[in-house]
Design a protein around this ligand. Structure first.
Ligand code: FAD
Ligand code: MG
Length: 355
């Protein structure tokens, strides 16, 4: 009914709309300028650091308003990671792992509580994966020349001789006394498939304690995240293409305190007789595992993700994905040598394939 009022309103609207339009435009422009300047400031507050540790380049990007605080936090994180490397590397003289290996067949060695923690986790993942992940694979690695030795394809008889020494059940870990004993000469342990992840967790813990809220720490494919990107958007993790160096096969947008770890056959390998041989060995055969070309694991901690990336790599696509789907909070992207990509249930909606 109210025609007059309606007309009034219409008249009023048409008389003020240019003003609204101008005011609205000004607000939009100011908001855009503020957003651009905030973005600029946010990226100006990103600080990048890099160091060689554990035989690989470790890169760190963190967000802080204060350059000095950022540098202090970054330095503290790298110092922590260097400390852990000195404890767990098997090539550093007098590290816990080097001492345990040196005393194989002679007697138990007292190690630090941290070494107990990482070794216990390694033995648990060995059990969980039915020995696909096995820290006693070290004698075989030495035979093949991984990671830093003279690389060659061994004779089958050489591998056969060493296989009885590769069995995680042989490791005598006494958590009460904090000792480790390898009961026969020739047995040795290598934590290369789990300690890098543990070290990323340590680096992030130090950053977090320093008040850092946004960080991206990458130790040669073992990535740990703190929070989101500074603008609130997820970090975008590229998954490397196993056969096209420098290209990505997919992207995972992820945020939160979470780890993303990749194991592949394309980073550390050598070629002989026209065939390539990489560093992830199947402990049951003594040869590089060839069921997968790349495994990316998403998990709450980098230690967990690291151990599982190696375990799943050796288990292959079927048994590997079965294990992943059984573990709460763990997700995976698997790439076969034929470049078939399989994504676990929890990543299906967010994985962005490239091409
Ligand atoms: P992952 O799949 O996570 O691990 C593969 C590595 O685990 C192999 O290189 C081997 O060491 C071991 N492995 C292979 N098969 C199995 C298996 N079935 N089960 C369990 N483990 C297996 N590299 C150097 O070249 N120089 C160094 O000085 C050096 N120092 C290091 C110190 C520490 C504390 C650590 C943790 C690693 C160090 N490395 C060093 C090793 C190097 O960085 C490795 O290449 C890396 O740890 C392997 O990680 P990845 O992510 O490539 O593969
Ligand atoms: Mg690993």
């Amino acid at each position: 009914m109210p025609a007059p009022n309606s007309r009034d309103t219409t008249l009023k609207k048409s008389s003020v709309s240019p003003l609204f339009f101008i005011l609205g435009s000004i607000i939009v422009i100011i908001a855009a300028l503020l957003y651009i300047s905030w973005q600029g400031t946010a990226s100006a507050r990103l600080h990048d650091f890099a160091h060689m540790l554990m035989g690989t380049e470790v890169t760190l990007r963190l967000h802080s308003d204060n350059r000095r605080e950022a540098e202090q936090a970054g330095q503290a994180a790298f110092e922590e990671m260097a400390r852990v490397e000195a404890l767990l590397s098997r090539t550093v003289d007098d590290s816990d792992v080097e001492r345990v290996n040196r005393r194989a067949g002679s007697g138990p060695v007292t190690v630090s509580p941290e070494t107990v923690t990482v070794l216990r986790a390694a033995l648990e993942y060995a059990q969980l994966s039915g020995g696909a992940f096995d820290p006693t694979v070290a004698p075989l690695l030495d035979l093949w020349g991984f990671p830093g030795g003279d690389k060659r394809v061994p004779e089958p008889a050489e591998i056969e001789t060493l296989l009885p020494l590769v069995d995680f059940n042989l490791v005598e870990l006494d958590e009460q006394s904090g000792t480790v004993f390898l009961p026969a000469a020739g047995i040795s342990i290598d934590l290369g498939a789990i300690a890098k992840g543990y070290n990323v967790d340590r680096g992030l813990a130090v950053l977090s304690a320093a008040g850092v809220k946004h960080a991206f720490l990458n130790a040669g494919g073992d990535i740990g995240l703190l929070g989101t990107r500074p603008d609130g958007s997820p970090w975008r993790i590229g998954i490397g293409h196993p056969r096209e160096p420098g290209q990505v096969i997919g992207v995972l947008p992820l945020s939160g305190d979470i780890a993303v770890v990749t194991s592949g056959d394309y980073e550390r390998f050598f070629e002989e007789g026209g065939r390539s041989y990489h560093h992830i060995l199947d402990p049951s055969t003594g040869y590089p595992s060839r069921l997968l070309a790349g495994v990316t694991i998403v998990a709450p901690t980098a230690m967990e993700a690291d151990a599982l990336s190696t375990a799943v790599f050796v288990l292959g696509p079927a048994r590997g994905m079965e294990l992943v789907e059984d573990l709460p909070g763990v997700e995976a992207v698997l790439i076969t040598p034929e470049l078939k990509v399989t994504v676990s249930s929890g990543l299906k909606d967010i994985f962005e394939p490239v091409r």
